[in-house]
Design a protein around this ligand. Structure first.
Ligand SMILES: [Zn+2]
Length: 260
């Protein structure tokens, strides 16, 4: 297994990243992508990725951190690091009224412009998308972008089957967190049965969203990612071991990494 999206730099793991990684490896997790949320956080994520062979990082600004300094030079440079495997997470969040949407829109537009420039300069990375209650808005933005939609993954998918179809029609990938295992998220579980086997991934989004049967545990940890994989395998009626192998192959292909 690989945890394709976690936040190992968050204060929840201060001074115990070693322990968290060791516990996850013992549970069969062979890779971790620690996702950045601000320019300063890009450097923290990079330091972790330099420290551990099985940790990779991303470079980007999360919409809920849109009021943080927009240091695009730092983000662009972090994206070029050999252990950096994606842009993001970036996107839109309509769930909260802060930061204001106008600011989120600005940060998204500047970020996509930076990514397009970097691509024209030869830096090719996939994009991790944060989309909360914002499918219509984001799909419109991505449709008008020159970036390849097959290089986007909608992480922590919380939509219904129609939202999933819209994302898949665009050509993007979909990744599921522990939310899919929650009893009150039947529509998300149904969406998980619709995604083609070669465009689906799983993640923890740790420290948040611990999957059942450990939902009450906080903070979440990468060691729990297998619960989400097995839940989805069960819903899809496929062999869980074969499904885990497929998920690993998908993550390796999407992020361009090789698990050992
Ligand atoms: Zn995240």
């Amino acid at each position: 297994m690989i945890d394709t999206h976690c936040h190992l730099t968050f204060s929840h793991y201060a001074d115990r990243v070693d322990e968290v990684l060791t516990a996850a490896r013992a549970a069969g997790v062979r890779g971790f992508i620690t996702v950045s949320v601000t320019a300063a956080n890009c450097l923290e994520s990079q330091r972790l990725a330099e420290q551990y062979d099985d940790v990779w990082c991303t470079a980007g600004m999360h919409p809920l951190y849109a009021a943080e300094p927009r240091d695009w030079t730092v983000v662009r440079e972090a994206a070029g690091h050999p252990k950096c495997v994606a842009w993001g997470e970036l996107g839109l969040d309509n769930h909260y009224d802060k930061p204001p949407r106008a600011l989120q829109d600005e940060v998204l537009a500047e970020q996509l412009a930076m990514i397009e420039t970097a691509r024209s300069e030869g830096l090719e990375r996939p994009v991790v998308v944060h989309c909360r209650d914002a499918f219509d808005d984001l799909l419109a933005v991505f449709r008008s972008s020159s970036l390849d939609p097959e290089r986007f993954v909608f992480h922590c998918f919380t939509g219904n089957p129609d939202d999933a179809r819209a994302v898949l029609d665009l050509g993007a990938w979909i990744s599921f967190t522990g939310i899919v295992t929650f009893r009150n998220a039947a529509a998300v579980a149904e969406a998980a049965t619709l995604v083609p086997a070669d465009r689906i991934m799983v993640e923890t989004d740790a420290p948040f969203l611990t999957p059942e049967p450990h939902r009450k545990v906080f903070p979440n940890e990468p060691k729990y990612v297998g619960h989400t994989a097995r839940f989805i395998a069960d819903r899809r009626g496929v062999d869980p071991n074969a499904f885990e192998r497929q998920l690993d192959a998908n993550a390796e292909r999407f992020f361009g990494i090789e698990l050992t």
